[in-house]
Write a protein that binds this ligand. Structure first.
Ligand SMILES: Nc1ncnc2c1ncn2[C@@H]1O[C@H](COP(=O)(O)OP(=O)(O)OP(=O)(O)O)[C@@H](O)[C@H]1O
Ligand SMILES: [Mg+2]
Length: 187
C-alpha cells in the first residue's frame, strides 16, 4: 500500500480468479473476502459467473467454445479493472485450463497481477450442497452438460492457492485468501 502525499491509501490492483465446480463455494468465499477487503479501503469488484453471463454473454450457451468465450470476456473486463487499482474477484467455474491460461496471459501482457485459486471441493460434496439444484436436475435427466458430472472440469495443476473446503471453514479459507494477497503485495 502507498499513501501518496498523505492522501487516501492506494492499493495495487489485481485479479483473483476462483475456479471450481458448481456449488464448490466460489461465490461464498469471494463475497466474504470482498467484505473484508472493502473494510480495509480496497476498491473491490466481484465479477460473478452468473451475473457476467447475463450481462455480457446472454447469447452464449455451455459448449466448450461458448464457455471459453465467456471466460475470456470476464478475464478481459477483470484485466481492465485491475489495471486501474481495483481488486477483482472472479468466482467463475472456468472449466478449461486453456481459457484460464488465456486470462493469465492477458494479465501478464498488461503487467497486472493475476492469482488463480482452486476452490477444491469434491463433486460428492458439491452435489450435497447443490445450491442451485443443478446436480439434482442432472441426476433426474433434466439437464445435460453439468461441469464435473457430464461435462469436463480441468482442475488447475499448479494454482496459486488450493482451498480444500471440506477441511476448512469459510472463515479459514478467507484468511488463507487474505494471506495470499498480502504475500503477493495486493493487501
Ligand atoms: N467450507 C466451506 N466453504 C465454502 N462454502 C461452504 C463451506 N461449507 C459449506 N459451504 C456452503 O456451500 C455453498 C457454496 O455455494 P456457492 O454459491 O458459494 O458455490 P459456487 O461455487 O459459487 O457455485 P456456482 O458455480 O454454482 O455459482 C454455500 O451454501 C456455502 O454456505
Ligand atoms: Mg457462484
Amino acid at each position: 500500500m502507498t499513501e501518496p502525499n498523505g492522501g487516501p491509501a492506494v492499493w495495487q490492483g489485481g485479479t483473483v480468479w476462483l475456479t471450481g465446480l458448481p456449488s464448490a463455494g466460489k461465490t461464498t468465499l469471494a463475497l466474504g473476502l470482498a467484505e473484508r477487503l472493502r473494510a480495509d479501503g480496497h476498491r473491490v469488484q466481484v465479477l460473478d459467473g452468473d451475473e457476467l453471463r447475463a450481462a455480457l454473454s446472454a447469447e452464449l450457451g455451455f459448449s466448450k467454445e461458448d464457455r471459453d468465450t465467456n471466460v475470456r470476456r470476464v478475464g478481459y473486463v477483470a484485466g481492465l479493472l485491475a489495471a486501474h487499482g481495483v481488486t477483482v474477484l472472479a468466482p467463475v467455474i472456468a472449466p478449461y485450463a486453456v481459457s484460464r491460461a488465456a486470462v493469465r496471459d492477458l494479465h501478464a501482457a498488461r503487467g497486472v497481477p493475476y492469482l488463480e485459486v482452486h476452490v477444491a471441493t469434491s463433486v460428492e460434496t458439491c452435489a450435497d450442497r447443490d445450491v442451485k439444484g443443478l446436480y439434482a436436475k442432472q441426476a433426474a435427466g433434466d439437464l445435460r452438460g453439468l461441469t464435473g458430472v457430464d461435462d469436463p472440469y480441468e482442475a488447475p495443476v499448479d494454482p496459486d492457492l488450493r482451498l480444500a473446503t471440506e477441511e476448512l471453514t469459510v472463515e479459514e479459507s478467507i484468511q488463507r485468501l487474505r494471506a495470499l494477497l498480502t504475500e503477493r503485495g495486493l493487501s
